[in-house]
Design a protein around this ligand. Structure first.
Ligand SMILES: *Cc1c(COP(=O)(O)O)cnc(C)c1O
Length: 422
């Protein structure tokens, strides 16, 4: 099956139920095993099947299988949010005393998770320069457990040198985790470029209409080759006392997502609701056509802004003069660059004026909705930072970020044109 067909059909067998075209919502917490023997087999992994919705659920299962296949992986585990997917991926390999190496351009929540919350867990985060990965290798030591980066970063809208990151990671046998939320699984598949683990906030483009919070972790084929006999990941080769001595590398199932499910989600929770999994399945079915329209609309808006006298700078990898244009053409399907763009006007006051004057754009801190969104990082998400800190984060006081939706691009351009005149 090709990708667009996978998004509609994979992982669901209509003939096994009532023949319903839509995947049923199994809104249940638990399952009747029928016999003590069947229950024991399920817990011992001798048979695979639902046990309790914190661990697995038939609706979520279809979403996981379909998303994994669509993203080019072999297994996936869905979580209650994108942050839960990122947290579980990191702590699946790193413990107190270890370190992780993270990109200098990451989503704000990921930055605070890595630099503040994980620090209290005893995990240190070292920051590498991501555009060229120039200092990545020197930061890796024996205690380094993963390299974390975003394929298209939010909010800087930059693209890292993924080939170089992967090449260094393979040489040093360190796990790579790529947050592919902004690029989306429709436009880019990091696993095809050698990445080990892909995470998403499915709350953004996957759900598509701003209706369901969710996250997912996708594992590449044959990850055992990295995890086995690797001193960094001994816990995958050793018996897990908490699961009657299970050795993850020897079960014969994809070990990374298996451990997240059996050890982490079991103990930490953050499982998705079956209803959200169903909403995310609806979103996935139309993801690729939506991403095409998001990208085409955004390029039109970016070109309009680039030519506007009140605009001093536009960041969008789809523009020919963008620093990231070459990488976008190399990595992203048909050179489509998703729906996020930022631009600067002449002053902080002007930025606020533009935001308050738009009519179609909503002032919201979200991205990936089918409705267009406008945000002013300096007065909202990054309000607490000093001017110096703002500059280091790549955010000027007059920066405006847009998440372009699925409206008619003429209406979006007319709205921005009017707002820029105010
Ligand atoms: C939104 C976002 C997250 C966090 O996801 P939630 O679903 O909101 O928890 C992580 N990474 C990126 C790139 C995001 O845009």
């Amino acid at each position: 099956m090709k990708r667009d067909s996978i998004a509609l059909h994979y992982g669901y067998d209509k003939t096994k139920g009532e023949g319903t075209m839509a995947v049923p919502i199994y809104q249940t917490t638990a399952y009747d095993f029928g016999s003590s023997e069947k229950a024991a087999n399920l817990f011992a992994l001798k048979e695979l099947g639902p046990i309790y919705t914190r661990l697995n659920n038939p609706t979520t299962d279809v979403f996981e299988q379909r998303f994994a296949k669509y993203e080019g992986g072999v297994a996936a585990i869905a979580t209650s949010s994108g942050m839960a997917a990122i947290f579980n991926s990191i702590v699946n390999v790193a413990k107190a005393g270890d370190n992780i190496v993270i990109s200098d351009k990451l989503y704000g929540g990921t930055v605070t998770l890595c630099t503040h919350t994980l620090k209290r867990f005893g995990i240190e985060a070292k920051v590498f320069e991501s555009d060229e990965a120039s200092n990545l290798e020197e930061l890796i030591d024996d205690k380094t457990k993963c390299i974390l980066f975003e394929s298209l970063s939010n909010p800087q809208i930059s693209i890292p040198n993924i080939e170089k990151i992967v090449q260094i990671a393979k040489k040093r046998r360190v796990l790579t985790i790529c947050d592919n939320t902004v690029a989306s699984a429709a436009l880019f598949n990091p696993i095809n470029f050698g990445v080990d683990i892909v995470v998403h906030s499915t709350s953004k483009y996957t759900t598509g209409q701003g209706t369901a919070l969710g996250g997912i972790i996708v594992e590449r084929e044959n990850l055992v080759e990295l995890l086995k006999d690797n001193p960094r990941y001994k816990h995958f080769d050793e018996p897990d006392e908490s699961y009657h001595g299970l050795v993850y590398n020897e079960v014969g199932l994809p070990p990374f997502t298996l451990r997240v499910r059996l050890a982490l989600i079991r103990d930490i929770g953050c499982a998705p609701s079956p209803f959200n999994s169903w909403l995310l399945l609806q979103g996935l079915e139309t993801l690729s056509i939506r991403m095409e329209k998001h990208s085409k609309n955004t390029l039109k808006v970016a070109k309009f802004l680039e030519a506007h006298p009140e605009v001093t700078n536009v960041s969008y990898p789809g523009l020919k003069n963008s620093t990231y244009h070459k990488k976008a053409e190399q990595y992203f399907r048909d050179g489509l660059c998703s729906g996020l763009l930022s631009f600067e006007v002449k002053s902080f006051e002007k930025a606020k004026k533009v935001i308050d004057s738009t009519k179609i754009f909503s002032v919201v801190v979200n991205i990936g909705d089918s409705k267009s969104i406008i945000t002013h990082p300096a007065s909202t998400t990054h309000q607490q930072l000093s001017e110096d800190e703002l500059r280091n984060a790549g955010i000027s006081p007059s920066l405006i970020r847009l998440s372009i939706g699925l409206e008619d691009s003429d209406d979006l351009i007319e709205d921005l044109s009017w707002a820029l005149k105010q």
